[in-house]
Design a protein around this ligand. Structure first.
Ligand code: 5GP
Ligand code: ZN
Length: 114
């Protein structure tokens, strides 16, 4: 997608602080971190939102979550816990229309979310 900021990050056209890459996804630190650990796990393939998921995306979405748990371990937040978030659409306050999983950790989260 020509105008997609995360497609540009995947392609290396926009720099990012990468913590993981594999043939399916990359992960990089959020530019405006909301927690001491705030990492985005992003598929290389452009899929605008989780609501566009079909059965064929099940392995992809499963992989994103597995990678997020591995990065949480790598970042040292696994034992104390963390939050994995996917924002979807307007009410979900999704700002970038390219599927991504937020890994947030390193501080106490609150519930309900804002
Ligand atoms: P959303 O609201 O779509 O779930 O989250 C988008 C996230 O992407 C936000 O947390 C925002 O800070 C992050 N973000 C937006 N543009 C960039 C960028 O150019 N680089 C990085 N590293 N993060 C970005
Ligand atoms: Zn994209």
């Amino acid at each position: 997608m020509a105008d997609c900021i995360f497609c540009k990050i995947v392609a290396g056209e926009i720099p990012s602080d990468r913590v993981h890459e594999d043939p399916t996804c990359i992960a990089f630190r959020d530019i405006q971190p909301q927690a001491p650990v705030h990492i985005l796990v992003v598929p290389r393939q452009h899929l605008a939102r989780i609501s566009e998921m079909t059965p064929q995306h099940e392995p992809l979405v499963g992989h994103l979550f597995h990678v997020a748990t591995e990065i949480a371990r790598q970042e040292g937040v696994s034992d104390q816990g963390y939050r994995l978030v996917i924002n979807c659409g307007a009410h979900g306050q999704q700002a970038v229309d390219h599927l991504h999983v937020h890994l947030l950790g390193g501080r106490q989260m609150t519930w309900p979310p804002g």
